[in-house]
Write a protein that binds this ligand. Sequence first.
Ligand SMILES: *Cc1c(COP(=O)(O)O)cnc(C)c1O
Length: 353
Amino acid sequence: MIQDFFRKDLSDFESYNAGKIDYKVRLNANESFNNLGAATRRKLGMVIEDSIYNRYPDAGALQVCNLYAKYAKVESINVMAGNGSDECIQIIAHTFLNTGAKVAIQSPDFSMYGLYTKVAGGIPIEFPLSEDLKLDVEGFITMANREEVKIVFLSNPNNPTGGTITRENIIKIIEGCRCIVVIDEAYFEFYGETIVDKINTYENLIVLRTCSKIGLAAIRLGFLITNNVLMEELKKVKPPYNVNAITQSIGSVVLEEPKIIYKNVERILIERKYLWEKLSCIDGIKLYKAEANFILVEVLNAKLVKEQLLEQSINVRSFTSGVLENCLRITIGSREENDCLLNNITLGNDNNM
Ligand SMILES: *Cc1c(COP(=O)(O)O)cnc(C)c1O
């Protein structure tokens, strides 16, 4: 049987189901609601016309790394580009994990940490957040060291909770854990705090960033930022032409004019404030602190609310088990999309609830 050649440890894996994309209001994937402006898109048209298609792209993605370094206020030798930060997570897992190596993650946190750990043959050790979705920092460090993990992965702000870990506590984790510590700052722009200034202070720190939440999800571009020693090791594993030429060019055009990003973020933050205020006026919804481009809410029956929203072609992310039972993660949309959600979210007036 051909299945005899399959990996036994993958037998209960499922392919990532990103869901249908033809809903009218898509508030499920933490994308930006703003597309690039017409002038920028026209410029990109010219870039695409002038591209060289018969040659491999720059293996080091030098130009876009230089521009990102400037944007992140680090040196370009400390920046590696990935096909989305997803790929950076995968590169980290494959660089540092042998079969059976352990990795510490919070539960809940971004699901790709556990997935790529397992694909690399490692074992994710989950540390549950408290009922109010906070991390017991000391407990986490103790667990990581007791289990002798090779890597800690943490998103800050956390996806899906939206919660944050203070700088002081992030430093405690970096200093306290005897392993590689990866701080995933996918939502940095909506939070404003970063630990990227410490990459040369700590030998074990890697920071992840992405362009996906700030308006460029389509091109798949993420970055890994770390010190020279870790960078040299990671480069051994990075696929040579992992970021295609078009993505490199488009990323460069946008990063050459970071105002495009700042303006987009500003609009998202205005809508976050609006949506938060409106949601907080609705009885029967509990809101969690929102420091990213989404709001996590708790309702009485998330499954029912989600179904009712889907009937109106509004998609949000729902959770049905664990500490997130009856939680919905709602990405910040445009004013029109947010109003559509607010007008259609029905709570408490249903006999089932
Ligand atoms: C969205 C997200 C990513 C993935 O970003 P890509 O660059 O699109 O691969 C990584 N980490 C977290 C925490 C995210 O929420």
